[in-house]
Design a protein around this ligand. Structure first.
Ligand SMILES: [Zn+2]
Length: 136
């Protein structure tokens, strides 16, 4: 991802704090390169869980579709724990309708400085960290 998107994700995490922040990664269908990051309100209004606002999600997905792009992943923040998928995150990622090739970006603010990691989560719940590949 570009440094711009990396910064936007850290900003989304800080902006939502003390609640969990979240957003969508937009890119070429099935691709791994983030073309845009869209901040989405955390409908759950919680510091422990997130739920993407349904209307904003639908709008972002439609906008992406108009550009020939797709939702390729989700970012959310952890306010008290490491930037690593929680059991709740794994349960969410392995739901039947969730595309198995999504990228799961987690920003942790647990230590006073932001830390960002990206993961793939396979259908069996296996967690695989992937390089973020910062550019520019
Ligand atoms: Zn989480």
């Amino acid at each position: 991802m570009d440094r711009l998107h990396w910064l936007q994700m850290l900003a989304a995490a800080w902006d939502a704090y003390p609640l969990e922040g979240c957003g969508l990664l937009i890119g070429a269908p099935g691709g791994g390169r983030v073309e845009r990051f869209v901040t989405i309100d955390n409908e759950a209004g919680s510091s422990r869980i997130y739920r993407l606002d349904g209307n904003q999600y639908a709008r972002a997905a439609l906008d992406a579709d108009d550009e020939g792009l797709d939702v390729i992943g989700v970012m959310h923040s952890h306010t008290h724990t490491a930037a690593y998928p929680s059991p709740t995150d794994v349960a969410e990622a392995t739901k039947p309708l969730v595309p198995p090739d999504w990228h799961w970006v987690i920003v942790s603010l647990a230590w006073g400085f932001p830390e960002l990691h990206s993961f793939r989560i396979d259908a069996g719940g296996g967690i695989h960290e992937e390089p973020v590949g910062l550019s520019i």
